[in-house]
Structures are given as structure tokens and as C-alpha cells.
Design a protein around this ligand. Structure first.
Ligand code: BES
Ligand code: MN
Ligand code: ZN
Length: 507
């Protein structure tokens, strides 16, 4: 197997961008840009930087790009790529991160190993945010999803990336370092989610997660099928029983000295290494995509590792229930009733609604281990894709201050999310004639009833559920997002941990 990602060496350099020794300079380009703050560009490009726009071949609209040769005017580098940045006023941290990804991917496509991304003057992005976003972007661009090819595939990796136009302070260097760690974590989650179900079984997933976690300095525990049975996790076991592969429950702990007192952030991720639907089997078309049904779990593992590497002063607990969902002679059947570790009974009306089951036991366990605030991440429902499409994550939860804290973290992370309702009315749909509730509410409000099911296991704790079924996997390539696993949620969780001093006071 080839390498999935590499971390470029990122540094800051505040000298004039033309003076940098690099292979490609990425210039974010606004609509109607005069490049007043990029001395020499107009001249070194022979007027092309501006002429291209007058000709109509490049307008500065977001993420379109144009490579131009440069020489003279004191420029050291022989190429720049203009990357559209839209209107100056609309150039946010998010746009800057995407520009960095676009530019860095362009460098790799042209087999260039050194890139500099210019942070332009005039936007409202704070310098530290800009440094972090660019560092994230260039790192995220250094990922390759085709790692199982053995021939005709020879990706070029960036080894050096420069945040240009900024520098000279420890705070900025720290921000760039943070960006690299966040970018790396994103890539780790993508690599796990991209891994096929035959290779990433629950056992292997747990081992890989444990390895990433211990390398970062986290406490690690893998519960096997016996330990899971001892805890009477009937929901997780009911899904696992149809598979030849035994389940695992990965428990990660970050317990730093001097942590914010009285809080433990509990992060729970769905870890279905392959979802066939079970006896309620899925149609063949696109079933292969269900290898990514552990994206939430991968995000939790990668985020926990980043939280440890950043030494964030907040106690965190990561819990990932891992199993396949398979049909077979021992598989659960529609109509079966199972008992959760908490004691609540569930009538399983559809074996394809497995994510909420494994999460139910995992949320209970997070509470048992002392979590005070819960966030779960799951590729939970097709319904959320119908509601919000492929680029927005559905966000559910309560109480409002906790929802707001997580929403703010998604914004800072660039993981676009939108709040969804969890009115009690919808609970009707989960009624069972014979058990405490059923595991499906039918098609209406499908993502909401999924969330309400999970809420049953959150106790009274502040809880947010992120349904990433649409956002975990990109089906279409964008300049800033290749096809495949996106690593959604990783940076959200880290930003949430970073903001702990703020939200723990609010509560
Ligand atoms: N893993 C799927 C959800 C999913 C669907 C993720 C499409 C990514 C893309 C989940 O386990 C599932 O099958 N959900 C069912 C629930 C239903 C049976 C209530 C669904 O969405 O159809
Ligand atoms: Mn399913
Ligand atoms: Zn699933």
C-alpha cells in the first residue's frame, strides 16, 4: 500500500513574495483585483495577471485558478497560480483555507514540491487565523486517496510550504503549527475512512485507532467482545452478532494535569466498518460507499489525537463502538427486541438503522465513565442528505448554549453545519407496541427520529449529534476537495475542546 498522506514542513515568511525561493506562489485573487499589495506581480507576469481578467479568462470567482509564468522585476519564482478569492469582504478564514488547498493541490498536480501561499492584505481574517488556515490547507492538500494502486500512480508530495506575507511572532508560528496538527488529523481520519471493509475490520480499526492514539499520548483501552458482553451492551452486540468479525469498543482518554475543572468532554463516533444493512439489506447500487460508515469514529480518534498533541487543558473521553452490519444465520431480524446496557428495550424494525443502536450503548458508556458534555458524530441517515445535501452537516441537540458552542466550533473549523429540530412531537414516530421504543420512525423526518433515538441515551447531559451521512464523503471533486473521504468533524471537535474554557463557564 502506498502512502496516504505526508506532512509538509510549514514555515512563515513575511518577505515580499517575489523574493521567496519556492516552486509555486499561490496568490489569492479578488474580483477587480489591482494587486496593489503584491509588488512586482503585474510586471513579473508581463501584465498577464491583470490582462487575463480583461480578456475574460480569469475573473477571480472563488477557487477558479490560472497559472502564470513570472520573471524579472526581482522575482525569484518562475510561476504563480492565481486562485479566485471572490469579493474582498467575503474572504473569510474558510475561503482562505480552501484557496490554500486549491493552490497546493495545483502544485502537486504540476509535480512541484514547494509552495508558498500569500496571505493578502485587506481581508477581515485575523493574522493568526490566516496562518492556521493556510497551514491546514497545505497539509490537507498533501493527501492521496489512491493508495491501493500498484502501478501508474506516482503522487508527488509537498515537502515545503510557506505562509507568505506573515511572520515574526511566536503567536503566528504557534497558529501555523496548530494548523499543521489539524490538517494532519483531518488526513488521518480520511485515510481510515477510505480504507475498504475487508481490510479495516473492527479488530483492525481498533488497533489502528489505538496506535494513532498512543503515539499522541492518549490513554487507550480496547474492549473485546467478551468485555462488551460483560457490560451487557445488547445494542452493540445485536448488530455484531450477524458478522464473523467480533466487535470492539475503543476508549481513549485525555487527562491533562491542570485541566478545566468539573468538565469532561465525551466524544462518540459511529464505527460501522461496513454497513450492508443486515437482514434489511441495502440495494447493490452504491453499497460500496458503506465502507465509510465509520467516518464518525475515525473523526473522533483523529480529533482526540490532535487534542493530545496540542496539550489542550480539558479532559476528553473518546468512545468508538466498532462492528460490521451483516446479514447471516445469526443476524438480528426485524421484529427482534434487544436490551441496551442502560436497560432500555428496543424493537428493531429495520436492521439498517444500526448506527443509533451502537451509539446508544456508547453514549451510555461515556456517561458511565464520567463525561459531562456529549457530542456524537455519525453517518446516520440518508434522510439528512435529502434535507441538507452533500455539503452541510445536520446538527441536533440540547440545551441551546451547548448547541451554540458546537455550532461555533463547526464554524471555526470550516465544517459547514446547520441546526435541525428535535421537538418531542417526533418521538411518537419511534413508538413500539411491545418495547420501550423502536429503532426507526419511517421516512418522515428520518434524520430527526434518528437523533431522537440517540437522545434517549444521553441522559440529562448536554448533548449534540452531528449527522455527517452527506458530508463524510465527496462524490464530486471540487478544486478544494478531491473525491472521497473528507475528514469532516475532526477540526470541529478540536475547536470545541479549544473553546472549553469559554463554554464550561457558560454552561
Ligand atoms: N449508514 C447508513 C446511513 C447512510 C446513508 C450514510 C447514505 C451515508 C449515505 C445508516 O446506517 C442507514 O442505513 N440508515 C437508514 C436508516 C433507516 C433504515 C431508518 C437510512 O438512512 O436509510
Ligand atoms: Mn444502516
Ligand atoms: Zn450505517
Amino acid at each position: 500500500m502506498q502512502m496516504t498522506h505526508q506532512t509538509p514542513h510549514v514555515r512563515l515568511d513575511s518577505r515580499a513574495v517575489g523574493a521567496l525561493d519556492t516552486d509555486l506562489v499561490v496568490v489569492p485573487t479578488f474580483e477587480h483585483d489591482g494587486f496593489a499589495d503584491v509588488p512586482g506581480l503585474a510586471q513579473a507576469s508581463g501584465g498577464e495577471a491583470v490582462a487575463a481578467r480583461d480578456r475574460g479568462s480569469f475573473s477571480g470567482k472563488p477557487f477558479e485558478s490560472l497559472i502564470i509564468g513570472t520573471q524579472g522585476a526581482g522575482w525569484r519564482t518562475s510561476r504563480v497560480v492565481l486562485v479566485g478569492a471572490g469579493a474582498v469582504a467575503a474572504c473569510t478564514t474558510d475561503v482562505l483555507r480552501r484557496i490554500a488547498i486549491t493552490g497546493a493541490l495545483t502544485a502537486r498536480q504540476h509535480r512541484l514540491r514547494r509552495v508558498a501561499v500569500l496571505v493578502r492584505a485587506g481581508t477581515s481574517v485575523a493574522p493568526a487565523d490566516a496562518a492556521q488556515a493556510v497551514a491546514e490547507g497545505v497539509t490537507i492538500a498533501n493527501y492521496d486517496g489512491a493508495s491501493f494502486k500498484t502501478a501508474d500512480h506516482d503522487p508527488v508530495w509537498l515537502d515545503e510550504a510557506t505562509v507568505a506575507g506573515l511572520g515574526g511572532s511566536d503567536a503566528l508560528s504557534a497558529a501555523a503549527e496548530r494548523g499543521v496538527i489539524l490538517g494532519e488529523a483531518t488526513n488521518q481520519a480520511r485515510a481510515l475512512a477510505n480504507e475498504p471493509g475487508n481490510r479495516l475490520t473492527p479488530t483492525v480499526f481498533a488497533e489502528r485507532g489505538a496506535a494513532l492514539a498512543s503515539a499522541a499520548g492518549l490513554g487507550v483501552e480496547i474492549l473485546d467482545e467478551k468485555a462488551i458482553a460483560d457490560l451487557r451492551m445488547g445494542l452493540l452486540l445485536s448488530i455484531a452478532q450477524g458478522s464473523q468479525e467480533p466487535p470492539r469498543l475503543l476508549v481513549l482518554r485525555h487527562e491533562p494535569a491542570g485541566a478545566v475543572s468539573n468538565i469532561t468532554l465525551g466524544l462518540i463516533g459511529k464505527g460501522i466498518t461496513f454497513d450492508t444493512g443486515g437482514i434489511s439489506i441495502k440495494p447493490a447500487e452504491n453499497m460500496d460507499k458503506m465502507k465509510d460508515d465509520m467516518s464518525g469514529g475515525a473523526a473522533v480518534i483523529a480529533a482526540m489525537a490532535a487534542i493530545a498533541r496540542l496539550k489542550l487543558p480539558v479532559r476528553c473521553l473518546g468512545i468508538v463502538p466498532m462492528t460490521e452490519n451483516m446479514p447471516g444465520g445469526r443476524a438480528i431480524k426485524p421484529g427482534d427486541v434487544v436490551t441496551s446496557a442502560e436497560g432500555k428495550t428496543v424493537e428493531i424494525l429495520n436492521t439498517d438503522a444500526e448506527g443509533r443502536l451502537v451509539l446508544g450503548d456508547a453514549l451510555w458508556y461515556a456517561r458511565k465513565l464520567g463525561a459531562t458534555h456529549l457530542v456524537d458524530l455519525a453517518t446516520l441517515t440518508g434522510a439528512v442528505v435529502v434535507a441538507l445535501g452533500k455539503t452541510t452537516t445536520g446538527l441536533f441537540g440540547r440545551p441551546q448554549p451547548w448547541v451554540d458552542a458546537v455550532l461555533e466550533a463547526t464554524r471555526r473549523a470550516g465544517d459547514r453545519s446547520w441546526p435541525m429540530p428535535i421537538f418531542d412531537d417526533y418521538k411518537e414516530l419511534l413508538k413500539s407496541e411491545i418495547a420501550d421504543f423502536s429503532n426507526t420512525g419511517g421516512r418522515p423526518g428520518g434524520s430527526i427520529t434518528g437523533a431522537l433515538f440517540i437522545k434517549e441515551f444521553a441522559g440529562d447531559l448536554p448533548w449534540v449529534h452531528l449527522d455527517i451521512a452527506g458530508t463524510a464523503w465527496a462524490e464530486e471533486a471540487k478544486p478544494y476537495q478531491p473525491k472521497g473521504a473528507t475528514g469532516v468533524g475532526v477540526r470541529t471537535l478540536v475547536h470545541l475542546a479549544m473553546a472549553a474554557p469559554a463554554w464550561s463557564a457558560a454552561k
